[in-house]
Design a protein around this ligand. Structure first.
Ligand code: 5RP
Length: 223
């Protein structure tokens, strides 16, 4: 089945969780974009909600879809957050950040009472790590961080966009590392996040309540 069709089906299903008056975290990426367009249609039909976008691209898309936006500061805690993922396993652990929005995505997820992940079936894995783990890093420290990650055997790669270094919405860099051979991702995450200059990692551990996966014509729900 076409992965975009599965993304769209998962995104449509996630809208069942959205109720009148809710404050909604708006994820980033192509799967979240389907959800945002669907949510925009509901708003046009009279649903009253407010959204907090997890990236500048999502903010733009949400405005175009007619979704009223507020800042995280104005929202405080969000009722529900809906976002995509690059990989997920049977324990609802994720790798995110393929689109470079991991920092704000993790902040929005942390500040949400309920987190829904929407995905096509290609993202389901037995073991996380086929997808490189993104780390958001402060430019000042990035070269030294790369040296350290290299010494740890994580094959770090500075993310590029064409010939330029990729920059996040927060004007940081992304370093992608290979974690496929790592047996204890919780321990690794603790080491990585404690390197000064690493702002955030794309490991979303114990943040997800429900995963809605598009599969063939329908959806499969993991809790
Ligand atoms: C962006 C993300 C996205 O959720 C992730 O990359 C999935 O993207 P897509 O829905 O386009 O497959 O983490 O930082």
């Amino acid at each position: 089945m076409d992965s975009d069709y599965e993304k769209k089906t998962a995104a449509a299903k996630s809208l069942d969780w959205i109720k009148e008056g809710m404050l909604v975290g708006l994820g980033s990426g192509s799967t979240a974009a389907h959800m945002i367009r669907g949510l925009g249609e509901k708003v046009a039909a009279g649903l009253s909600i407010k959204g907090v976008p997890s990236s500048d691209t999502t903010a733009q898309l949400a405005r175009e879809a007619g979704i009223p936006l507020i800042t995280l500061e104005e929202a405080g805690k969000l009722d529900v957050n809906i976002d995509g993922a690059d990989e997920f396993d049977a324990n609802l652990q994720l790798i995110k950040g393929g689109g470079g929005a991991l920092l704000r995505e993790k902040i929005v997820a942390y500040n949400s009472k309920f987190n829904i992940v929407i995905s096509d079936s290609s993202k389901q894995v037995e073991r996380l790590g086929k997808f490189k783990l993104p780390l958001e890093t402060i430019p000042f420290a990035t070269k030294n961080i790369i040296t350290e990650l290299d010494e740890m055997g994580l094959s770090p790669e500075l993310r590029k966009k064409g010939d330029e270094i990729y920059k996040t919405d927060e004007q940081n860099y992304i370093v992608d590392v290979d974690v496929l051979e790592q047996n204890d991702l919780v321990a690794l995450n603790n080491i990585l996040i404690n390197i000064p200059g690493v702002v955030e990692t794309g490991l979303f551990l114990d943040t997800t309540d429900v995963i809605i996966m598009g599969k063939d014509e329908g959806t499969v729900i993991f809790k």
